[in-house]
Ligand binder design. Sequence first.
Ligand code: SF4
Length: 351
Amino acid sequence: MAKEHPRSPAEMAAAPQVLDTLHRPVRDLRISVTDHCNFRCVYCMPKAVFGTRYHFVGHDGLLQFGEIERIARQFAALGVTKIRLTGGEPLLRPRLEDLVARLAAIPGIEDIALTTNASMLSPEKAAALRKAGLRRINISLDALDEDVFQRMNDVGFPASRVLQAIDDAAAADLRIKINMVVRRGLNDTEIVPMAERFRGTQHVLRYIEYMDVGNLNGWKLEEVVTAKEILGALGERWPLEPVKAQRYGDVATRYRYVDGQGEIGVISSISQPFCGSCTRARLSPEGQLFTCLFGTRGHDLRALLRDGGTDETLYETLAGIWRARDDRYSELRATAVPQGGQKVEMFHIGG
Ligand code: SF4
């Protein structure tokens, strides 16, 4: 059963150490359970590209919960302690709580989290996920202003319903982080109003620098609002101080309000890359394993499973893939061209 507190340094030291070529252990598995989404966020899945004719992964192509559990179990044996369920929009996958319960029962898995746009997060679903073993939830909300938010999700979904879902998740005793992707000229005017809304609550607001994920979001460097700019805008209103990272490999840099009104986080993949401590592996809905958000090549685990591969073979395959890993795209972004073609789309492997 998932433990409340992370492993002690002694337990961590005793854990199997499969390191990649940059001496990074694998500690986090992000599982995309579907590539379908009911939003069309302009920085991820522009409607013009992902229209009604776009072919998403069909039911037969999706990894079944039992297959996902087998892969997660071998990753736990390799040292993974934290699993994040993502998508597309993961709540579009029916009975997700059944998968959570399976994953929560894996020895070594200490933490299960979910990233969602909360459009389908009813009080009943929040309670069912919590009962199954979910502890934390990251809810995407890019603006409070309805015009701005609905322009960004591009399906007219109101921010008021996401705010209601946040309250429902809190009532279900889920720990909540709010993810806000900041894009200059679109929602940078919302940086301070969002902070104002979540200051003094238990919820941690995380600002995410707009990233060149995939190939289709028309990313431009000048549209990136950097961590320094975000902290500058907030610091003019409320003094902030840095908070020590809780866990090796955490993506967000943490700050607390000096006046005690809570915390924020900043994910700065563009201006302050953090590849050096990246411990994340990513599984796509059809079973392709990627070792970087900006990866261009996946490893087909579904074929291995469906061709009768044993757990030992799976373990050795995963260990081999990780040992050969040398990803550090964000550190090389400014200098190197991605090798081997098109980057995988973010909605396919989760952010
Ligand atoms: S760019 Fe790739 S290697 Fe670097 S932090 Fe992101 S996922 Fe990890």
